[in-house]
Design a protein around this ligand. Structure first.
Ligand SMILES: Cc1cc2nc3c(=O)[nH]c(=O)nc-3n(C[C@H](O)[C@H](O)[C@H](O)COP(=O)(O)OP(=O)(O)OC[C@H]3O[C@@H](n4cnc5c(N)ncnc54)[C@H](O)[C@@H]3O)c2cc1C
Length: 393
């Protein structure tokens, strides 16, 4: 196993670094480095900049308009973007539904949907979970009945991340109740502007409305929005989930946030406490270990070997690390982690903190927000079951 980057890969990294430096708007990197709230426009502005360069779909093959990068190049690109403070790419379009459309959609669907995803113009949402159908995803009940050249969709999705901005949603719908639950599911693309679609925001512990309920009331969906074959959606759904889980691991963001944690600990004086430094050291060891795991997967892919199916393992480790750094940041700031007035901060308020760092303010709410990471994308308990079955046998 060779974990070192070649001179060509190092040169590629330099090229990406220079481009990101020249093209990432400063106000966006300021927000990311200080964990300030990103608006829809912020997220889409960066997506469109990447889209114009042809890098929003940075994991895509050339035949679909992507750069055709190797796994290592993709990793280097993501690392440079994260360290520079670029907003995280909203994954639902370019990372999640696009690979499904490429692998299982027909040519007409690829031509219709992929350009809007690649350019960052169209905002996609994920309609998998329902009340009662999260871990037990195969039990989805949202129904799609065929009527001529249309489906009529009735039912509800929930926890739809940023669905309030969604223009299109990819849904798992029930098209048959015959046989095993998995064999009666189809993968349908739905225009969220269609009459009968209602989006209701859910307010979370951190005070934000990051997730939504999406209701379908006799929604008429053209049959040519069905991906692949009717009742084969479960296969396509699983293909998508492996992309989602690898994406959630986000080791590059963890590296950036580790540096922020160290800055905070020094500003707040807890860096002098050997017990606190121990916690940071343990976290750093785990981040390095996660990075090694990611590099091992890349190395295996580079040498043409079939890497282990460890998307679930990356998700477990990555999400636990995200929770730990958010907790340590909050502990570092102590009571100063509490005040959190988004509007005031956006208007330039810096907080009256020791050292005067802006970075303290959203720490408590970020800690609350990060509780989600071990739940979404398939809970960590369920991932452990999957890893036990597929890796350990
Ligand atoms: C912030 C956030 C954003 C999300 N965004 C989206 C989105 O955009 N689109 C979407 O479709 N979904 C989304 N989800 C939903 C997410 O995928 C589900 O919450 C998740 O799959 C868990 O399902 P559940 O909430 O129904 O919990 P349940 O399945 O009811 O699980 C409850 C508890 O039981 C445990 N459990 C369940 N089954 C087992 C088992 N077999 N073995 C051991 N333990 C088990 C779970 O680990 C969990 O602790 C989001 C969730 C969150 C929190």
């Amino acid at each position: 196993m060779d974990l070192a980057f070649t001179p060509e890969e190092q040169a590629f990294r330099e090229e990406i670094r220079a481009w990101v430096k020249g093209n990432l708007p400063e106000d966006l990197s300021h927000k990311v480095h200080n964990a300030l709230r990103l608006t829809r426009d912020d997220m889409q502005r960066w997506a469109k900049i990447l889209g114009k360069k042809g890098w929003l779909g940075h994991g895509w093959a050339k035949e679909f308009g992507g750069p055709g990068w190797t796994a290592v190049q993709k990793h280097l690109f993501e690392e440079e973007c994260a360290l520079a403070g670029a907003p995280r790419v909203v994954p639902f379009g370019p990372v999640m539904v696009a690979p499904v459309i490429m692998a299982f959609g027909n040519k007409e669907q690829q031509e219709r949907f992929l350009p809007g995803i690649a350019s960052g113009e169209v905002w996609w949402s994920q309609g998998y979970s329902e009340p009662g159908s999260g871990s037990d995803l195969a039990s989805v009940k949202c129904k799609a009945e065929r009527e001529g050249d249309h489906f009529i969709v009735n039912g509800q999705k929930t926890w739809t991340t940023l669905g309030q901005y969604g223009e299109w949603i990819f849904c798992l719908v029930r098209t048959s109740t015959e046989g095993k639950p998995q064999t009666g599911i189809s993968f349908l693309l739905i225009d969220m502007k269609t009459p009968g679609v209602t989006v209701r925001p859910i307010k979370l512990l951190d005070g934000e409305c990051e997730v939504n309920e999406v209701w379908f009331d006799n929604v008429k969906v053209p049959a040519n929005n069905l991906i692949g074959e009717e009742n084969k959606g479960w296969t396509y759904a699983k293909h998508l989930l492996s992309h989602e889980r690898t994406n959630i691991a986000d080791v590059n963001r963890a590296k950036r946030e580790l540096e922020r944690l160290k800055r905070l600990a020094k500003t707040e004086g807890v860096w002098d406490d050997a017990r606190f430094r121990d916690q940071i050291a343990l976290l750093e060891v785990d981040i390095v270990a996660l990075e090694m795991l990611v590099l091992r997967v890349l190395s295996a892919e580079k040498s043409g070997k079939n890497s282990l199916d460890i998307a679930g393992l990356l998700k477990i480790k990555g999400s636990e690390i995200q929770q730990r750094y958010s907790e340590l940041m909050m502990l570092a700031a102590g009571p100063f982690a509490m005040p959190f007035i988004e509007e005031a901060m956006e208007a330039g308020w810096q907080g009256n903190y020791p050292g005067g760092v802006t970075a303290n303010a959203p720490l408590a709410s970020t800690f609350f927000n990060m509780r989600k990471t071990t739940i979404y994308g398939g809970s960590n308990e369920v991932q452990r079951n999957i890893v036990a079955q597929t890796v350990l046998g």
